[in-house]
Ligand binder design. Structure first.
Ligand code: BG6
Length: 476
């Protein structure tokens, strides 16, 4: 339906992927192994993600979807051309840290890794597509996990800032939109995939997680400072796995539980966007027996706040005073109760477009910084029909409703920089490792066990999104 657009001129329409879910070529071009390369598809996946089953080597009897993924490493020219055909203004991807520093603690970078990303970003520029680049999307170099215990060590701040500086300098003039850590709050919920954390017996995971969080927050603040020093045009964002918690009922205890759950996740963004630990953390740390080592000067470092606040939104969440209720929402890594008022996807993720408007309003009220919705979409099974077409009306419906909700948020007065729907080309699912949980406008012929030609096919949603972009969101 054609309406008047609510989106500002220059709104950045596009799509998002991540290195580890798309590139493959996990040992090519000098790349070192990363955490995600140790996470198999299948029964052992969750335990590894949670850091319960440390895997420092890969095994022949497991299938690791990141190793080949959708072979974006060799096919990016074809893929970027497809994004350009849809009219993308922005393309979000991540740099694989271990392509630039294969071990993570070297003093000089791997030139082949830099060359790959320079070519990729040049390819985007060829079509006037602005790259939006995440420095770390669930892929800490494995050597840093083995030698230093990943983010539990303060040495990581030095390694990450060296890596960040290398990227800002190497890609200066090609990239101006940066994100430091993807879904930084996932560190609390999936510590190995989120931050490379593995726990030893008897230690308090909360203590380790919050110390690691402190290090990540320092690294993020320093990277932001360096980005601005390298080029004042650089804009750096933080990135939250978003979605507000609703109280399960109006019982005051449920309302309080929802507030606490939101705070748990927003803690990171509070620091990154406001430059200091929120007041309530003192009590929380005291009551949970957490003692974070904070060095003199750290508070000053944290004052290097981000320029914009980005987040992913798939679903809203629900909390009550009794979170052990069996009625939890399936699959979503941030534990939530099932909301009886909304529908759910095939993977049990709630579908709640109004929740996006609610989340955006809360975030802007809280941070007063421009927002960027850098992930949103529907993971669904697609069927290729006899004519070789994919009629993904369910995906169009989901995206249309969420774009409408975003338009309402713009009318609410919120500055929104852009929208990159998740998995614009089908890729490996982060939570399940499946290929069959598809998000794309472009279908990739590959199945959950890695079989298929990898051929790319435009889905029905491809033509729909092209029209949305061409009309700047008027023709939904
Ligand atoms: C976000 C991640 O959690 O959600 C992505 O940043 C991920 O990496 C996306 O792929 C969708 O989740 P899933 O599990 O369906 O791939």
């Amino acid at each position: 339906m054609h309406m008047e657009t609510k989106f500002p001129a220059g709104f950045l329409w596009g799509g998002a992927i991540a290195a580890n879910q798309a590139e493959g070529a996990w040992r090519e071009g000098g790349k070192g192994p990363a955490t995600v390369d140790m996470i198999p598809h299948g029964a052992n996946r969750l335990a590894v993600k949670l850091g319960q089953q440390p895997r420092f080597e890969w095994r022949d009897d497991e299938f690791y979807p990141s190793h080949d993924a959708i072979d974006f490493y060799h096919r990016y020219k074809e893929d970027i051309a497809l994004m350009a055909e849809m009219g993308f203004k922005v393309f979000r991807t991540s740099i694989a840290w271990s392509r630039i520093y294969p071990q993570g603690d070297e003093l000089t970078p791997n030139e082949a890794g830099i060359a790959f990303y320079r070519d990729l970003f040049n390819e985007c520029k060829k079509y006037n597509i602005e790259p939006l680049v995440t420095l770390c999307h669930f892929d800490v170099p494995m050597h840093l996990v083995k030698e230093y215990g990943s983010w539990r060590s303060r040495k990581m701040v030095e390694f990450f800032t060296r890596y960040a500086r290398t990227c800002f300098e190497a890609f200066d003039g090609l990239v101006k939109y940066w994100l430091t850590f993807n879904e930084i709050n996932i560190l609390l919920h999936s510590p190995f995939s989120g931050a490379g954390l593995v726990f030893t017996e008897g230690e308090d995971p909360q203590q380790v997680k919050y110390q690691a969080a402190h290090h990540e927050l320092l690294a993020s603040a320093l990277a932001t400072k360096i980005a601005h020093e390298v080029n004042p045009q650089n804009q750096v964002g933080c990135m939250l796995a978003g979605g507000n918690f609703y109280p399960y009922s109006c019982k005051p205890e449920d309302v309080w539980a929802a507030l606490e759950k939101d705070r748990e996740n927003l803690f990171f963004i509070d620091v990154q966007a406001r430059g200091a630990y929120p007041a309530w953390t003192k009590r929380m740390f005291r009551e949970q027996g957490i003692a974070i080592e904070i060095q003199p000067g750290d508070e000053e470092i944290l004052k290097n706040t981000v320029d914009f606040v980005s987040f992913s939104y798939y679903a809203s969440r629900c909390a009550s005073a009794d979170m052990n209720n069996e009625n939890t929402s399936a699959a979503n890594i941030v534990k939530s109760l099932k909301n009886p008022f909304i529908e759910a996807s095939e993977w049990g993720w709630g579908i709640d477009p109004l929740g996006l408007r609610i989340t955006m309003n809360m975030m802007y009220d809280r941070y007063q910084k421009p927002l960027f919705l850098v992930e949103n979409g529907l993971g669904a099974k697609d069927v290729v029909n006899a004519q070789g077409e994919i009629e993904d009306d369910y995906r169009i419906r989901y995206l249309r409703e969420h774009i409408r909700a975003m338009a309402e948020a713009i009318e609410d007065g919120i500055p929104i920089m852009g929208y990159t729907s998740w998995g614009c080309i089908d890729l490996v699912s982060a939570s399940t490792g499946e290929m069959s949980k598809r998000y794309g406008f472009v279908y990739v012929d590959r199945d959950d066990r890695g079989q298929g030609t990898l051929a790319r096919t435009r889905k029905k949603s491809f033509w729909w999104y092209k029209k949305v972009i061409a009309s700047n969101g008027a023709d939904l």
